[in-house]
Design a protein around this ligand. Structure first.
Ligand code: FPP
Length: 263
């Protein structure tokens, strides 16, 4: 596969994509038959990116938007069907109050600014996480609007893990089991899985964490049991689709055995 140029549906329709979509992309070395079905991203390093530039941390989050939507473009280009990004964890409430307030507004405005573009590109937007009292009502309304607008799209599912914690998800599944009156001897993996936030979501094949930290920080704990983990030093605002492609190449070099033996 040589150097190819992206052709967005809008480019094909003649209106032309935004400049950032119009550039050559290197897909060499990626086997289209062995793509990860589901890729997860821990978008880490925004604060450090900003600090290095003498900017407030919030500017790092703002710069992370370009990275997020370039990664979405890259996933669409590859044909990855599911992309899940960690946008706010159940632990991130511990951050300074101004940063938390900024992130709530930022996510709200990001949804309003990007939902039509995502819809045009066939992306279904969904959320995973707790909708507790701490999440502003206005943001919840925007989330519901984005979900409703895009619910019939199937080109790709973009799941935004927001106020999400892997442990909280398991706790919520256990609560649902109890509420459903499931007896102990009927509890198995399927009983738990069907009570996760998005039971139809396939487990991630590949999870990428940026910014040089080697941990999962409570991301998709149940679901990543057999995920391939790829860590990169790139800070999230510098992440681009080429970094996604590189992670996919690394994924394709791995030998996945799921507890079995190579045959
Ligand atoms: C986990 O690290 C990382 C996250 C939960 C991602 C946080 C991302 C943002 C707040 C910005 C989102 C950006 C966009 C563009 C929507 P951690 O810092 O929660 O955990 P750690 O303390 O273990 O590193």
């Amino acid at each position: 596969m040589g150097e190819i140029f992206t052709r967005s549906p809008r480019a094909l329709a003649g209106t032309g994509p935004p400049a950032r979509y119009r550039r050559p992309v290197e897909l060499d070395g990626i086997d289209p038959q062995r793509l990860p079905v589901h890729v997860g991203c821990v978008m880490d390093g925004n604060g450090r990116w900003a600090n290095k530039r003498g900017l407030p941390r919030t500017q790092g989050h703002a710069a992370g938007e370009e990275a997020l939507f370039d990664a979405v473009e890259g996933a669409l280009e590859l044909g990855v069907g599911w992309l899940t990004v960690y946008a706010f964890s159940t632990e991130n409430w511990k951050r300074p109050v101004d940063e938390v307030r900024y992130l709530m507004r930022f996510n709200e405005s990001l949804l309003v600014r990007r939902r039509d573009e995502m819809h045009e590109r066939g992306v279904r937007i969904r959320f995973a996480g707790r909708r507790d009292w701490r999440v502003p009502r206005r943001l919840i309304r925007r989330m519901d609007e984005a979900v409703a607008l895009t619910e019939k799209n199937r080109t790709m599912t973009l799941t935004i893990a927001f106020n999400y914690g892997g442990r909280a998800e398991i706790v919520d599944a256990v609560r649902a089991l109890v509420a459903d009156g499931v007896p102990a001897d009927k509890i198995d993996e399927k009983a738990i899985r069907t009570r996760l936030y998005l039971p139809d979501m396939p487990d991630p094949d590949l999870v990428i964490r940026t910014s040089g930290e080697f941990r999962v920080s409570n991301f998709l704990l149940w679901e990543l049991a057999y995920s391939e983990l790829v860590f990169t030093d790139v800070l999230w605002p510098d992440f681009r689709r080429e970094n996604l492609f590189e992670a996919v190449r690394e994924f394709q070099r791995r030998d996945r055995r799921f507890g079995g033996l190579d045959v």
